[in-house]
Design a binder for this molecule. Structure first.
Ligand code: NAD
Length: 357
């Protein structure tokens, strides 16, 4: 048997492109990326994977079910890794509609396309081995208090339009396993960071604002806690879960790296001051701004199941991963400068104005 063929939806985005790179470079797989190329996508994210000749981009909308059904039937993948989504909580507050369409309807459309293909396969190895991995977030579990961790059995309690649309899509994925027997596995991961992260999210936004001497906005009092995972550790986890995860199961993915938002911002300031000192310490650029509506206080993942059952372990801790990330942004101005100039220049999003239809 040759190397496996994988459809990666959302593969021109941040995590999807890390998954595509991992699959072609480390797993010797053939990858077909399906991506609508929204503001969050970037062809440059795929340059390294495409250069191998084993990664192709198909520009399509996952909500188009007939196109997806035909695409899956034509490509005959061994696995579908479903990452395409609207992913930014603040944008979901300003404009929830795209989140419902892509995250809920789009997931439905991918599940049906996969079911149509899988049902038509003859009984045998290819049918037995086929997997649909639905990639989700720990935000579906809601907010933790001071103590405790999210387990795979934690009840869903999402707070934002983003996390509630992802929760809905997780339920669809599980239902397609229970009702139709589609070989589905679900993963729920904590906050990712690393190279090619679109500069609307906290870590890249702060790195670039700090480099340019601009204000560093911190929501509320900065005490909200996130559990950070380096994106390449997530990509390795997803490949492993898709191949070895038990059908119908959920696997939590997280790095046991809890930090308050203020700690994250201060660490970035200190790291930049160390590598490229400015006239004054960059911590002086920190400004506390109005909090995000419905801002979850704390997320923290228990990844024991993934670690013990599948043998995964994060290779980076927050300090090593952040150092790599800061250095990547310093080395890759050609990637982020056009995004800052023409796609998103750092304005505040998500202050809950009603959406115009
Ligand atoms: P991203 O916004 O960087 O990338 C999403 C990609 O999906 C983009 O390339 C976009 O063009 C594509 N896309 C959006 N709508 C589409 C549509 N209708 N059809 C086809 N493609 C479409 O997001 P990301 O941070 O890489 O997240 C990827 C996945 O991982 C999402 O499902 C997200 O919920 C999940 N996740 C993200 C994090 C995180 O910290 N970023 C953590 C856990 C889980």
């Amino acid at each position: 048997m040759g190397s496996k063929k994988v459809i990666v939806t959302g593969g021109a985005g941040f995590i999807g492109s890390a998954v595509a790179r991992h699959l072609v470079l480390d797993d010797d797989a053939e990858v077909v990326v399906v991506d609508k190329m929204t503001y969050a996508a970037n062809r440059a994210n795929l340059a390294q994977a495409e250069a191998t000749g084993r990664c192709r981009l198909v520009v399509e909308d996952i909500c188009d079910q007939s196109v997806m059904t035909e695409l899956v039937a034509t490509e005959q993948p061994d696995q579908i890794l479903h990452l395409a989504a609207e992913s930014h909580v603040d944008r979901s507050i300003s404009g929830p509609r795209d989140f419902i369409e892509t995250n809920v309807i789009g997931t439905y459309s991918m599940l049906e396309a996969a079911r149509s293909y899988w049902t038509g396969l003859p009984e045998g190895d290819a049918k037995d081995a086929f997997r649909f991995l639905h990639v989700s977030t720990d935000e579906v579990y809601g907010s933790l208090g001071k103590d405790g961790l999210f387990h795979e059995t934690t009840p869903y309690d999402p707070s934002s339009p983003y996390s509630s649309s992802k929760a809905a899509s997780d339920h669809l994925a599980k239902a397609w396993f229970r009702t139709y027997g589609l070989p589905v596995v679900v993963s729920n991961c904590s906050n990712n960071y690393g190279p090619y992260h679109f500069p609307e999210k906290l870590i890249p936004l702060v790195i670039l604002n700090a480099l340019e001497g601009k204000t560093l906005p911190v929501y509320g009092d900065g005490s909200n806690i996130r559990d950070w995972l380096y994106v390449e550790d997530h990509a390795r986890a997803l490949s492993l879960i898709a191949t070895k995860g038990r059908l119908g199961e959920t696997y939590n993915v997280g790095g046991r790296n809890e930090r308050t938002n203020l700690q994250v911002v201060e660490t970035i300031c200190d790291e930049l001051d160390r590598i490229v000192p400015a006239a004054t310490p960059r911590r002086e650029l920190i400004k506390f701004v109005t909090d995000r509506p419905g801002h979850d206080h704390r997320y923290a993942i228990d990844a024991t199941k993934l670690e013990t059952e599948l043998g995964w372990k994060a290779q980076e801790n927050f300090d090593t991963g952040l150092r790599k990330t800061v250095q990547w942004y310093l080395d890759n101005e050609a990637w982020w400068m056009p995004l800052r100039k023409s796609v998103y220049s750092g304005e505040r999003l998500g202050l809950a104005e009603p959406q115009k239809t």
